[in-house]
Design a protein around this ligand. Sequence first.
Ligand code: GTP
Ligand code: MG
Length: 195
Amino acid sequence: MKINSAYYWGAAAKKQDFPAENWPEIILVGRSNVGKSSLINCLLRRRRLAHTSNTPGKTCLLHFYAINDSFFLVDAPGYGYARVSKEKRRQWAFLLEPYLEKRKTLLGALQLVDMRHPPIAGDEVMVRWLKSKNLPFIVIANKCDKISRGQQPRHLEMIRSRLDLVPDFPVISFSALKGQGRDEVWQYLKSWLLL
Ligand SMILES: Nc1nc2c(ncn2[C@@H]2O[C@H](COP(=O)(O)OP(=O)(O)OP(=O)(O)O)[C@@H](O)[C@H]2O)c(=O)[nH]1
Ligand SMILES: [Mg+2]
């Protein structure tokens, strides 16, 4: 995929702040710290376009990145961070549920999981939800650079079984750090975007 332009469109804390429904959108979902923002930078080959951090659970915003003046990648706030207040959890649901339920231009989702660990309850809930909505999605097992190649199939199988995914469902070994899996993810994005 040739990236001619990529810029930060802005953030939204509520529906009124979302961009107009003109371009297709692909959302990244996953637990805090799994590497959603890093994955956006990796896909776009930009070092610091999406903000990454080591302090999860701080803000509850959807961040929109405009690509080639034709579609958005949407960075969602992470879930599953233990030390987050009830109020923050409410904000998360208040922002994300209506977006996922009603957004007309939402084309698909990238569900990130941490390859090192079994999926958490939040991952299971999210995947069940994506399935129930028939929204196209793939699972990306990020941080594969932390697992030896020999161990990776076992981890992928564990993820597949915990998330109750059929044997040929796409679960991609990915490293936002090293760029592994990048081309494969783009193949799916392009097929959704009809590029
Ligand atoms: N080793 C390794 N580290 C990674 C990888 N991807 C992300 N990280 C690191 O994981 C940490 C969290 O990455 P972020 O991209 O900020 O994660 P996030 O999912 O956007 O987190 P929130 O925005 O808090 O939900 C950072 O320290 C990244 O450098 C990867 O593929 N491999
Ligand atoms: Mg982030």
